[in-house]
Design a protein around this ligand. Sequence first.
Ligand code: GTP
Ligand code: MG
Length: 210
Amino acid sequence: MAEKKEHLYKVLVIGDLGTGKTSIIKRYVHQFFSVHYRATIGVDFALKVINWDADTLIRLQLWDIAGQERFGNMTRVYYKEAVGAFIVFDVTRTSTFEAVQKWKNDLDTKVTLPNGKPVPCVLLANKCDQAKEGLVNSSAQMDDYCKERGFAGWFETSAKENINIDEAAKFLVSSILENDRANDWEGSGTNEGMHLKDEPQPEPKSGCCS
Ligand code: GTP
Ligand code: MG
């Protein structure tokens, strides 16, 4: 039997303070949720190992980045070599949705794929177990919003009730894999040294929305 292919992907989780980034990661990686809020200081890490299919193993290195403004100047360092991102907002606080554009700009100006394209980014409308405020009440408008701003897609999630978190991760990983294949990366072993061939690169596919 052929050996399993392994991929190591660095994925960022960004968005305003208290939107649920840490909670989403804890739910996804440790099947755990707590109502107690402890602000992330700087950055935390988590690793999720995914048996993607019979011959693909994926190690998802999740970078849980503090939403607090005072850590904002560190993002360039944190974003380095990321191949995908989640931007999280809180459906109960419109100010966190207004900040989404700021986070997306920050992301797109500070990191790109080796071929110069923006990294695939999925928008998470978190705390959907609670009453929603604003644009997120219209999924058609959210679809347009995502299309206009270059999000690969969006999902309503709840870390509390475990809604759509696996689905959103699966969707982002699919986009990452698609880019990876389209760009014909040369990955081997642990994939720690990935190189891009000097061939003309096809346009990556993009899809919107969930
Ligand atoms: P920073 O680290 O400061 O950037 O915040 P964060 O985005 O990591 O937020 P965190 O995950 O710490 O969650 C903030 C608060 O929201 C906590 O009290 C969580 O319990 C709560 N919370 C997170 N996700 C959900 C959710 O899906 N539903 C509900 N009802 N509460 C949630
Ligand atoms: Mg946090």
